[in-house]
Design a protein around this ligand. Structure first.
Ligand code: SAH
Ligand code: SF4
Ligand code: F3S
Length: 489
């Protein structure tokens, strides 16, 4: 029988990596990916529970599949990831035609679960223990880090990869569902991480982004040896073929000097730090149980600026958390104005059943006020982002080229439709609008050649908006001596 897989992924980079690995495992079983649920016989959703909206999206997508399943009972529908762990059987109740529900700690079971769903048609559930359902060790063991060895052709971009260095989270911020759905914090052994990164390098990968919910809390003990993130970065720095290392997401309290020295001293570690502040008000930070004050966050930022002055820093903020007054919000605006983040992700507070906040405080900021604060903070941040990009105009930056820009992709698509009809084939064009990133994670768009994809190219910036830099390839001047040398060589 045919094996056609459609997968839809929401949520954070952890989920993107999980989906990539599930797809890789299923490809080994002979599945091919298709781009629409209608063409597939296996449909998977890799889900997120961090905000209500993310869950609503999946439940409505599931709702749309009800009829598809009635017409074609052989279709297998699976719900994976954080919402699977959170809602468990509730998913079968709300969408009885779902065949499998698989938590993020059980993803290794997906291929066999699809098989048994297809064979006997029964509903399959695989989830990990809840945070109160056993000893810490038992709970930790029920979450398996899903990191099988990978193959280049399975990655969305062969030149870039995510590598998980830890799973879970033990911070228990009062608004956050992640510790409940991703389980206890566990760091992977450094040898495994290095081996996986080496393999990626051998397959042509040039940039690795290390992933963890609080990536800078990474700590692995073996005998009397402790490996921290700074040690791990030093080990990865030595891998030939890897040119760029990044890591997300950082927790402010764990931004230690040894890590900042590693960012300063290791040439492959990019000067880019994502360190969410969440709020600029001590009263709110305390309610969120973020374990730091705004003064401590400011001190941390001062250390970053002193040790790695060229680093770009980005943040996350939640507006409208329980009890947030106009004054609390103004303090957040002040923090953004003062710290001038490269970029901030701003979210309206969304109450999550299963977290601590609902039992402690009412969700009392009306939605229209949350929305207004979100827009106001975003406007302040966007103006800063645009200002920070202006000094780059005229400068030359190194860009790791990722692929065609969105505009180029759309155009090629349209050209294909048109030219394909006229001539039966699409004529190859030389200049193509490409996109890539600078060391500090700014997006650059320029006209280039498809051969430049996957390479680091020098680009001179001539224009900048809040989110994009526009540039042109710098053509190196090759003098006659260099030319002769290369002829001899
Ligand atoms: N581990 C990361 C991010 C976790 S979730 C960290 O600690 O920073 C990503 C972002 O979603 C968070 O930084 C936070 O800003 C936001 N978020 C988490 N729970 C939320 C909730 N209940 N409502 C709104 N935003 C939330
Ligand atoms: Fe959630 Fe806080 Fe853990 Fe981040 S540190 S994942 S916000 S509990
Ligand atoms: Fe969402 Fe799970 Fe990531 S809840 S943000 S997908 S860890």
């Amino acid at each position: 029988m045919s094996k056609r897989l459609y997968i839809e992924t929401v949520g954070c980079q952890m989920n993107m990596l999980d989906s990539e690995l599930v797809v890789a495992a299923l490809r080994k079983e002979g599945y091919e990916l298709v781009d629409a649920p209608g063409k597939a016989d296996t449909i998977l959703f890799n889900t997120c529970s961090v905000r209500q909206h993310a869950e609503d999206k999946i439940y409505s997508a599931l709702g749309r599949l009800k009829h598809a399943k009635r017409h074609n009972p052989d279709k297998v529908i699976g719900v994976l990831g954080c919402m699977a762990q959170k809602d468990q059987e509730l998913i079968f109740k709300r969408a009885p035609y779902v065949d499998l529900v698989v938590g993020p700690g059980q993803l290794h079971q997906v291929p066999e679960m699809i098989e048994s769903a297809r064979r006997n048609g029964g509903q399959q559930l695989a989830v990990s223990l809840g945070r109160k359902d056993g000893s810490r060790l038992e709970i930790a063991e029920s979450f398996e880090s899903y990191d099988p060895l990978r193959e280049a052709e399975m990655r969305p971009s062969p030149y870039q990869a995510y590598v998980r260095i830890m799973i879970g989270c033990d911070k228990f911020c009062t608004y956050c569902i992640v510790p409940m759905v991703r389980g206890p914090e566990q760091s992977r052994p450094p040898e495994q991480i290095v081996r996986e990164s080496r393999k990626l390098a051998d397959e042509g990968c040039r940039e690795i982004t290390l992933l963890g919910q609080t990536v800078n809390s990474y700590k692995h003990r073996a005998g009397d040896r402790t490996t921290r993130l700074s040690d791990l970065l030093a080990m990865l720095q030595d891998i030939d073929g890897i040119d760029r290392l990044r890591f997300v997401t950082n927790f402010p309290n764990d931004m230690t000097d040894d890590l900042l020295f590693a960012v300063r001293d290791l040439p492959k570690v990019m000067p880019y730090l994502h360190v969410p502040a969440q709020s600029g008000s001590n009263r709110i930070l305390d309610r969120m149980k973020r374990l730091y004050t705004v003064e401590q966050y400011r001190d941390m930022m001062a250390r970053i600026r002193a040790i790695v002055p060229e680093a770009s820093v980005t943040s996350d903020f939640i507006v409208g958390f329980c009890g947030e007054t106009e004054e609390d919000f103004e303090q957040t605006v002040d923090l953004v104005r003062e710290q001038r983040f490269k970029n901030s992700y701003i979210f309206k507070y969304s109450e999550r059943p299963g977290t601590k906040a609902p039992a402690l405080f009412p969700d009392d900021v009306p939605d229209d006020i949350k929305r207004r604060r979100n827009n106001d903070l975003l406007a302040v941040q966007n103006a800063i982002s645009e200002e920070l990009n202006q000094p780059l105009i005229g400068r030359v930056v190194d860009v790791l080229v990722e692929g065609p820009s969105k505009r180029a992709e759309r155009q090629t698509h349209d050209d294909h439709a048109y030219v394909g009809h006229e001539h039966g084939a699409h004529e190859h064009r030389h200049a193509l609008q490409l996109t890539g990133r600078t060391p500090c994670d700014r997006i650059v768009v320029f006209d280039g050649n498809p051969r430049q994809i996957g390479r680091i190219v020098r680009i001179r910036i001539y224009d900048a908006s809040a989110f994009t830099l526009f540039g042109a390839v710098v053509t190196e001047h090759v003098g006659p001596e260099v030319f002769q040398l290369s002829l001899k060589g």
